[in-house]
Design a protein around this ligand. Sequence first.
Ligand SMILES: Cc1cc2nc3c(=O)[nH]c(=O)nc-3n(C[C@H](O)[C@H](O)[C@H](O)COP(=O)(O)O)c2cc1C
Length: 158
Amino acid sequence: MFDEPGFPRDPDDDASAPTLYTFVYCSRAADGVDDAEVDRLIERSQRHNLACGITGVLVFGSGVFFQWIEGPTAEVRKLMASLHGDPRHYDIVSLDQSEEKRERLYPNWQMERVDADDIREVLEDALESAEDQTNIAALTRILDHLATSSLDSLGRAN
Ligand SMILES: Cc1cc2nc3c(=O)[nH]c(=O)nc-3n(C[C@H](O)[C@H](O)[C@H](O)COP(=O)(O)O)c2cc1C
């Protein structure tokens, strides 16, 4: 799914396209967050996101989340506030936040479990372009964590 480096964006904003707010971040799963907990989380998220026009993709592997969220500004900002207060993850690094007129990149909610290498690639791209020191430090911590974890620890922060 991450064939292209960085986050692809249509350079030609379409005036007839809806205004979408996009939030892209990665974070580490809290201790005790296992596959069953992530399944519950996805079920609840699918229901809520469908009801308020949010689509996107959530990737979970080796104790790391990566999520792309797009939808109406007010709804996405509300969800961002919930995410920042959710104890099931920490070290939240905002990779992209923007509001623009465009078609949805992920018109259907998707969820994929990927292995550490795929997540590492996405995070390394983000680290290359990161300028904020807090983000650089958190991304470095996440990459260090991935380097020392194995697929056996999938879903667990260790
Ligand atoms: C990694 C992660 C991703 C999440 N993604 C979503 C999501 O896409 N949609 C959603 O409604 N809740 C999502 N949640 C759950 C929210 O953080 C929050 O628990 C939920 O929106 C209920 O919030 P409330 O209790 O403030 O109403 C996610 C939680 C985590 C840890």
